[in-house]
Design a protein around this ligand. Structure first.
Ligand code: GDP
Length: 196
């Protein structure tokens, strides 16, 4: 599929360094360590697309991966990392909502959550920002391989109910980078948003 063609273009320290705001893009967000890089690598069928840009210093940048002409996957900095200097946290606390609000190319947000710890306070804040600007969100409950089938289904049901109640324009699925599970459904969402 087309997502195998994704490559690394640039790391942007702020919004001015992003490519021109034309075309279509989907952003990936989540708590650090939730499994965002692994999800991006799995969805693009590449071992280290997201990880290569994860060398120290680049972690807190916006990584841009073109898939085809005017079609981008955007890797946003992970949030909730306690050891981050306050100034850097403050920078992203301003920059992320600004990106979600201003970026016209942005068609949807893939929100990565560990299936064992969904909907943390910062996830809720991001969902609220997206809701406020009418940006659709698709949640990947990843590391689904860490739970047995019953508890995983229960986590999916619970998260779906919470989202349906508080954040209408959202969808959710189970995902596992380790087991390559949920790829087709996630690709379907990307196809829809990127019109691929
Ligand atoms: P990021 O900080 O959100 O980019 O998270 P990473 O993708 O670097 O993953 C954080 C940790 O979780 C790593 O040790 C990964 O190997 C592990 N991990 C990520 N996805 C999965 C998964 O689907 N299943 C399992 N079992 N572990 C995963």
């Amino acid at each position: 599929p087309i997502y195998r063609k994704a490559r690394f273009l640039l790391s942007a320290p702020d919004l001015r360094h992003l490519p021109p705001d034309t075309g279509r893009e989907v952003a990936f967000a989540g708590r650090s360590n939730a499994g965002k890089s692994s999800a991006i690598n799995t969805l693009t069928g590449q071992k280290a697309l997201a990880r290569t840009s994860k060398t120290p210093g680049r972690t807190q940048q916006i990584n841009v991966f073109p898939v085809s002409d005017q079609r981008y996957l955007i890797d946003l900095p992970g949030y909730g990392f306690a050891k981050l200097p306050q100034a850097i946290r403050a920078h992203w606390q301003r920059t992320l909502p600004e990106y979600l609000q201003r970026r016209r190319s942005l068609r949807g947000l893939m929100l990565i959550m560990d299936v064992r710890h969904p909907l943390t306070a910062l996830d809720q804040q991001l969902l609220a920002w997206c809701g406020a600007v009418g940006l659709p969100v698709h949640v990947l409950l990843t590391k689904a391989d860490k739970l047995k089938q019953g508890p995983a289904a229960q986590a999916l049901r619970h998260t779906a109910e919470c989202l349906a109640r508080d954040h209408p324009d959202t969808s959710v699925q189970l995902f596992s980078a380790l087991r390559a599970r949920g790829i087709e459904t996630a690709h379907g969402k990307l196809d829809e948003w990127l019109q691929l």
